[in-house]
Design a binder for this molecule. Structure first.
Ligand SMILES: Cc1cc2nc3c(=O)[nH]c(=O)nc-3n(C[C@H](O)[C@H](O)[C@H](O)COP(=O)(O)OP(=O)(O)OC[C@H]3O[C@@H](n4cnc5c(N)ncnc54)[C@H](O)[C@@H]3O)c2cc1C
Length: 509
């Protein structure tokens, strides 16, 4: 069996499997599941939690299930193995767009639903859950069930599912989920929840997703990017706060000329250093002025007619004639008021190459960190592993949380970089380990961060899920308590009594 199927992007150690199944059609799946003693569904294996690493299960790869079954005016129905890049490409032919894609666009439809993934634009568009209208799922006993949002809701604390073996009653967990936009933290639970929401975010443990019906946006918006170097954290966060307020007002009032920032990304000083050390700034021809402490990457939606020439004209007059209106003029005036306009680089909707360069610069940060982790694992200690958090707090508490991340790393003498989706209050603090002790200290810091994130009203598991990662499983247990995990186990037992699907993912048996 090809070794590549034995690990995922988390490089979780010890992956092994007795067999690999790659069905060519969905119809083959029920039989494969019936025959297997245990089975792990996998998509693109871009999981950052070890959830897509087999630990003795038969691996079922959805990679050949790549058909787009139906592309309508508002909905698209796809097989589980369709990648986000392929989906966007198909939608682009109709001038449409699917917003909640994770930063890694190779991820598959089944994978993003199974993890309730969320991308940069969650601030405006929410996580994947909101975009799923229907699913087809094969249960552990081989039953195929089709569900459409709105068709089956919980009643008196129970959901029910019709399987070949008869009706299955599933107890709805009673824990209360944190009130934040991202929470890929175990099973979804609400008193009157929809059955479909139980499977979204269940990380392969309750059923194998074979088809998904997504909603999408049409027409696709015109998107500009602004790379904004800042001299201090307070300067950056004040700008983010104002951009968030202005954007929310634009959406609420339907203001055609309003500022519409769908995403704001954050790169701290260590991230910028990494870009410089790796030559990524030179490669992508981006100037990071001396004295820059951190940078923001703003994704701005503009009226569809905006092209570079019109845009620069608007910016120029915006600064000389303050009565000039338009989304870009307002955006530039806001940058100017915060003292960051001069250092900002803009890529307009028709400047695709510049936009790609700015996105590539952002992506060079995680890959730079991962390379350093890989090198330390190879050259220093094979026990070294990626040591990273993925937490969210309400934006009002973000500055406080950032200080907690900083203090937690500094007090332990750790080298660390922090980047992520600041518009959601969701960032990824990552340790850059120089020894195995750094990894141990980093895990300790992450557990502490999790408690603080929960205390501040956030969620210690925002978008990557829980998977097999021991620290993440512990964060989940601390979030919902032993009783909460037991409630999840009851759900699992009802739908998968022999613990066949993705055993050990999210929680131990
Ligand atoms: C560079 C990089 C950037 C990333 N950026 C983001 C980001 O911005 N936001 C984000 O949310 N995530 C991000 N991720 C994490 C990852 O891309 C997401 O978790 C993604 O949703 C996983 O999709 P996949 O197809 O790779 O699934 P896999 O990794 O193969 O599987 C993930 C989990 O889903 C289960 N699963 C997969 N397919 C199915 C199926 N058909 N039915 C049932 N269960 C299934 C698996 O058993 C496993 O538990 C990033 C990862 C990388 C490497």
């Amino acid at each position: 069996m090809d070794q590549k199927y034995l690990s995922d992007a988390a490089h979780f150690p010890g992956g092994h499997a007795p067999r690999l199944e790659i069905p060519r059609t969905i119809d083959e799946i029920p039989d494969i599941i019936r025959r297997a003693q245990t089975l792990l569904p996998i998509g693109a294996q871009s999981s950052l939690t070890g959830g897509a690493t087999p630990m003795g299960e038969v691996v079922l790869s959805t990679e050949k299930l790549t058909r787009i079954l139906e592309l309508g005016d508002r909905h698209v129905r796809v097989e589980a193995g369709v990648s986000m890049a392929a989906l966007q490409h198909a939608l682009a032919t109709r001038g449409a767009w699917f917003p909640p894609v994770p930063t890694f666009t190779g991820a598959f439809a089944g994978g993003i639903v199974a993890t309730n993934a969320a991308g940069a634009v969650t601030f405006k568009y929410g996580s994947v859950r909101r975009w799923v209208d229907a699913l087809t799922v094969v249960l552990a006993d081989g039953t195929t069930i089709a569900m459409r949002r709105g068709d089956a809701r919980a009643r008196d604390g129970w959901l029910s599912v019709e399987a070949v073996s008869g009706r299955i009653d599933v107890p709805v967990p009673t824990y209360v989920m944190p009130d934040v936009v991202k929470r890929s933290a175990g099973y979804h639970a609400e008193p009157d929840m929809d059955l479909i929401d139980l499977f979204i975010g269940s990380e392969g443990t309750l059923g194998l997703i074979t088809t998904v019906t997504f909603r999408f946006v049409t027409p696709a918006p015109a998107i500009a990017f602004g790379f904004v170097p800042c001299v201090s954290e307070s300067q950056a966060l004040a700008l983010v706060r104002e951009l968030r307020h202005a954007s929310i007002a634009t959406w609420r009032n339907g203001d055609h000329d309003g500022i519409d920032a769908a995403a704001i990304e954050y790169l701290d000083r260590r991230c910028l250093q990494i870009l410089h050390e790796d030559g990524a700034d030179r490669k992508h021809d981006v100037i990071i002025p001396t004295g820059t402490q951190l940078a923001l990457l703003v994704q701005l939606e503009l009226p569809r007619t905006t092209n570079a020439a019109a845009a620069y004209n608007q910016i120029e007059t915006a600064l000389t004639d303050r009565t000039t209106d338009g989304a870009l003029a307002r955006f530039c005036r806001m940058l100017d008021a915060h003292g960051v306009l001069d250092g900002t680089e803009l890529a307009m909707p028709d400047q695709t190459r510049r936009a790609e360069a700015l996105i590539a610069l952002r992506e060079a940060v995680p890959s730079g960190v991962n390379q350093r982790v890989g090198a330390a694992q190879r050259d220093i200690d094979s026990r070294i592993a990626k040591t990273a958090a993925d937490m969210i707090v309400p934006f009002d508490r973000f500055a406080e949380m950032l200080e907690i991340y900083r203090r937690g790393f500094t007090s332990r003498g750790l080298d660390a970089a922090i980047w992520g989706h600041v518009s959601d209050g969701n960032v990824h603090p990552n340790v850059i380990p120089h020894s195995y002790e750094d990894v141990a200290r980093g895990r300790d810091a992450i557990l502490e961060f999790g408690r603080d994130a929960t205390r501040l009203g956030g969620c210690p598991l925002a978008e990557h899920g829980v998977g097999r990662n021991a620290v993440k499983q512990r964060l989940l247990r601390e979030l919902y308590g032993d009783d909460g995990i037991e409630e999840m186990r009851r759900v699992k037992r009802a739908l998968d009594p022999s613990w066949k699907l993705a055993p050990g993912v999210i929680f131990p048996r």
